[in-house]
Ligand binder design. Structure first.
Ligand code: ADP
Ligand code: MG
Length: 421
């Protein structure tokens, strides 16, 4: 082990209390510390934050971290402060700060105390901030949730588009670290291009989740009864059921309750108090099931979610992967069950009708992948990983027999001699 390696390990222990790096973290961190442009692709929960936090803490100067969600930035800042000697080690710079607070942040940066400065992309458009940041030592720029830059991503944010120009204005040769959990080749290409770092060293973790079992069932009139049966067979286990509409969420939660299942609804139409209450009930195991729209899940860290059911098929494979990914975080069993009917695809198509043409085209292409996934007779895992640019061999790969198509192969309906695939 070289001295640098020992140093990284002791820094890991000192700042975060961990004794091992996870996955590719150490290699990534070495690359960031060396001042290279770096592109990190890891699944959610893979430990991306540490890939910029640790280098920031040991580098000279301040690292700027761009992140789209104020709540997540605040969480990270609090966590870093909790293990640091000086509160000024991490700051958030945003529009909610008053003059005195901004002055304090600037002071801490200038005096070299601040190692991590979190900013929302829209704050970076403020001349005053950019002019100030030009005058101080910036170690590197981390762009978290970098897929927000791509229209092909599931969470496009127009403000992310200007980042390249802004970074250049802050400094000509600031190393850039892009991080995302979106693994589609199209989005990756967009990120590298939009951030202006074609030569970035790319680190990509596998997206395989070997402990998740993937299953798609045809959606018929008896879908509710089918779900009730499934949930009852899994009594006492934690699960999430995703529905497309708030109305369906309410209905299904009620149907489950009437059938003696501990279930609560969650969607953006409920008042904040109720949402927090239902989320807490789930975390504290006062309820087994949350029936929810996609508003539920971001940042929810419940390790023992045993099943994720999609009452309605999601609008992209990425959404499906993210949502099912909330099952089995602890490495234990995780059953991912999706109901599919083509008319639901048509419904999703209709939702896009009013949107700009370019957006509709992208939405349509993403949906076609969902159709292919739902209707495929090849391994679901193989399909998902292929979508993310990964080769998977069901014979040798972990979790190779963990989906319906592998366990119960469909009969080849069109097995005529003259048919070539
Ligand atoms: P991501 O941003 O990739 O979704 P996070 O950075 O939020 O992931 O990290 C996910 C979890 O993994 C956090 O709880 C974090 O504390 C933990 N973690 C990160 N690195 C390590 C490590 N080296 N050892 C143990 N836990 C880690
Ligand atoms: Mg993250």
């Amino acid at each position: 082990m070289s001295i640098a390696e020992i140093d990284l390990h002791s820094a890991l222990k000192k700042h975060f209390g961990f004794s091992q790096f996870k996955g590719l973290q150490e290699e990534v961190i070495k690359n960031v510390v060396a001042g290279n442009n770096t592109f990190v692709i890891m699944p959610t929960g893979g430990g991306k934050s540490l890939c910029y936090q640790l280098p920031a803490l040991i580098a000279e100067g301040t690292a700027i971290v761009v992140s789209p969600l104020i709540a997540l930035m605040k969480n990270q800042v609090d966590a870093i402060r909790a293990v640091s000697e000086h509160e000024g080690v991490a700051h958030v710079l945003n529009s909610s700060l008053n003059k005195t607070e901004v002055a304090r942040v600037k002071d801490d940066i200038t005096s070299g105390i601040t190692k991590l400065l979190y900013v929302a992309p829209e704050s970076l458009t403020k001349e005053e901030y950019v002019d100030f940041l030009r005058t101080v030592k910036i170690s590197f720029m981390a762009v978290d949730e970098a897929h927000c830059i791509s229209e092909w991503g599931h969470d496009f944010r127009p403000e992310y588009r200007n980042l390249k120009t802004i970074i250049k204005r802050i400094g000509d040769d600031i190393p850039i670290v892009g991080l995302t959990a979106t693994a589609t080749p199209k989005v990756q290409e967009d990120i590298l291009k939009s951030l202006g770092m074609p030569n970035a060293v790319t680190f990509k973790d596998s997206f395989n989740r070997p402990n998740l079992y993937y299953e798609v069932r045809p959606k018929t009139k008896t879908v509710d009864a089918d779900i009730i049966r499934f949930v009852k067979q899994n009594e006492g286990k934690s699960g999430i059921i995703y529905c497309l509409s708030r109305k369906r969420v309410e209905e299904l939660a009620q149907v489950l309750q009437v059938n003696g299942v501990k279930a609560v609804p969650y969607h953006a139409g409920l008042d904040a108090k109720t949402r927090v209450k239902h989320q807490d009930m789930f975390l504290m195991e006062d309820t087994d099931v949350v029936v929810a729209t996609i508003a539920f899940g971001m940042g929810i860290d419940k390790p023992d979610v045993r099943f994720v059911i999609h009452h309605d098929i999601p609008k992209s494979i990425e959404s499906y992967y993210q949502e099912t990914g909330r099952a089995g975080r602890d490495g234990g069993e995780g059953h991912c069950l999706a109901y599919y009917a083509y008319k639901d695809i048509e419904k999703l198509e209709k939702f896009m009708a009013g949107k700009p043409v370019a957006e509709q085209e992208i939405g349509h292409a993403l949906l076609q992948e969902v159709v292919a996934f739902a209707e495929t007779s090849v391994s679901r895992r193989k399909f998902i990983l292929h979508y993310f640019g990964e080769e998977f061999d069901n014979e040798t790969g972990e979790g190779g027999n963990m989906d319906d198509n592998v366990r119960h192969p469909k009969k080849q309906v069109e097995a005529k001699d003259d048919v070539r695939i």
